[in-house]
Design a protein around this ligand. Sequence first.
Ligand SMILES: NC(=O)c1ccc[n+]([C@@H]2O[C@H](COP(=O)([O-])OP(=O)(O)OC[C@H]3O[C@@H](n4cnc5c(N)ncnc54)[C@H](O)[C@@H]3O)[C@@H](O)[C@H]2O)c1
Ligand SMILES: O=C(O)C[C@H](O)C(=O)O
Length: 320
Amino acid sequence: MARPKIALIGAGQIGGTLAHLAAIKELGDVVLFDIAEGTPQGKALDIAQSGPSEGFDAVMKGANSYEDIAGADVCIVTAGVPRKPGMSRDDLLGINLKVMKSVGEGIKQHAPNAFVICITNPLDAMVWALREFSGLPHNKVVGMAGVLDSARFRHFLSVEFNVSMRDVTAFVLGGHGDTMVPLARYSTVAGIPLPDLVAMGWTTQERMDGIIQRTRDGGAEIVGLLKTGSAFYAPATSAIEMAEAYLKDQKRLLPCAAYVDGAFGLNGMYVGVPTIIGKDGIERIVDIKLNPDEQAMFDKSVDAVKGLVAACKGIDPSLA
Ligand SMILES: NC(=O)c1ccc[n+]([C@@H]2O[C@H](COP(=O)([O-])OP(=O)(O)OC[C@H]3O[C@@H](n4cnc5c(N)ncnc54)[C@H](O)[C@@H]3O)[C@@H](O)[C@H]2O)c1
Ligand SMILES: O=C(O)C[C@H](O)C(=O)O
């Protein structure tokens, strides 16, 4: 059986890391696409030359033409610009919206049956725009953010409690911005919810609040340290987790920016919610109950995303 084809649209920091991870995990053959000439070709060749030591068999190709993504099973989109210190993700909206237009049209023409994972920021508005420009079914276009934000939360919690990260579960919902919603009640150590761990004296409410805020600021913390761009290792790992769930029909329950129409009282928009990913893409939205405080935070985040989508429509009338 032929290996799956994975097209990476954008061969920058995340794109290169995605290609390396996809190769090491033998998820399929990889096409790295970018407008920068030489970059995708150079990264593809470099990664291919890690194959003999690593022991993987995957074809790695660099490309500057959309024709090379033809028939891709999965497209992961990182094309665009990352933020620099002092910027918010929302400052990238105008420039990255134009990129989503060309990427969406390229996918529509050459890989209309792909499962598409958008990473480009500001995430929730960009995945919405990418879906509009590509015209693909909503269940086949999804945004990566919740897996990353939840991984950050899980990492901070495992350090706080001095327990294995494998035993920490966490959910971060809402938009991938300052208003994101880390849900303490739905986050656990091996099934023990965080509020119970606070009551058991494992930590204090004050320290828990600090960890929740650090999770919300997780992207900015790394931008401040790197100075020239944003996080790329954990974002790439998170998107690969989603791609693998699709390619292997794993039915993973992962928080993703999915199209929500009905669940959570929402009326047709992209935002971070719990989803099931399997061979049909987003197979289910898991409509968990939020308490009044959680609902208020979620509503605020939804409003922020709606504001960004309205801004997209203002910039590009074809989206209105
Ligand atoms: N969703 C998330 O959780 C998350 C996490 C990290 C980064 N991001 C976002 O991902 C994006 C990429 O980050 P990065 O660190 O890989 O940036 P990067 O600058 O290293 O790479 C971006 C690449 O996109 C290419 N590009 C630009 N315009 C293009 C076009 N029209 N077609 C094809 N390629 C194009 C550039 O040449 C560059 O190689 C940024 O917008 C960043 O904010 C999102
Ligand atoms: O923070 C950023 O600009 C990149 C990304 O959204 C992240 O959370 O790391």
